[in-house]
Design a protein around this ligand. Sequence first.
Ligand SMILES: *Cc1c(COP(=O)(O)O)cnc(C)c1O
Length: 340
Amino acid sequence: MHIDLRSDTVTLPSKAMKLFMMEAPLGDDVFQEDPTINKLEAYAAKYFDKEAALFCASGTQTNQIAINVHCKPGDAVICSEDAHIYFYEGGGIAKNSGCSVQLLKGDRGRITAEAVAENIKDPTNPHYPLTRLVALEDTMNRGGGAIYDFNAIKEIRKVCDSNNLPLHLDGARVFNALIENKIQPHEYARPFDSISICLSKGLGAPVGSILLGNKDFIDRARRVRKVMGGGMRQAGIIAAGGLYAMQNNIDRLKEDHLHAKQLENELQQLTWIENVLPVQTNIIVAKVAAHKNVDKIIQKCAQKGLFFMPFGEQTFRMVTHLDITNKDINDCIHILKTIS
Ligand SMILES: *Cc1c(COP(=O)(O)O)cnc(C)c1O
């Protein structure tokens, strides 16, 4: 048995996806002559009603490029203390762009318009860094897949507008959010100046992320991507996987969410579980009882073929994805019940 719930990045391309990739027309993308990349970028831009898009190697790359385009060295980025751009991108905000951060506490990583407004520094006071960007994450990874209320996003947009600040979305799992909040992608994307989406998480492509924004922003992003060594040549061969994923694998995310709900319900019954963050999408974050050792539990499960990750003190994370079947979920529940 091998049930891998460590991340939704572990999915393998299906046969149909690989065939699609094999047949994709290719060209040199640094010359902007790769038809498949051009098609994917146009498809994604249209999907979110943005002017332009840029195919990149990873979500870290799209986020870091966006920060680099929006900010200058010495500027500050407002984000949650749990934001992927800060917590998981290797100090990239400082290293790549020379920027500092203003970290906000959030509800499962979701920050509020009030907190953003309170933390924007007075730009006329030379003591402070210039607040230059607000960044949100939806769904929120460290918040256990929590989804923003769209009205809260619109409120944050208003604060950005009155302070002349751009708003970036780390939408690595934005499709998981959109499946649940049922907001049309065009409407949802409107408050954001830039959006990063991942093709290799829930959507199941082997590689790739896309950065979205207006034409001028994407032109500048293309330059930064080249500087960061992200100019790829016949990369349509991987972009094809992303195009296939966008065309075929969005609606089925609902299934992953049902699987995650099922696991949440089962985990709640177990005596060795203290609590589970209410599941909203495909991420389950649970805390084990005080007298239990989370690493030992993870080890015991791994011996039985069930894999998941530690996620902070006494806590673990499970992520459902397209390679997890109904049977896997039943087997997983069976294994969890044998742990004491
Ligand atoms: C996975 C992830 C990213 C990007 O990760 P890469 O591994 O660089 O593609 C960005 N933001 C969030 C919230 C993520 O979960």
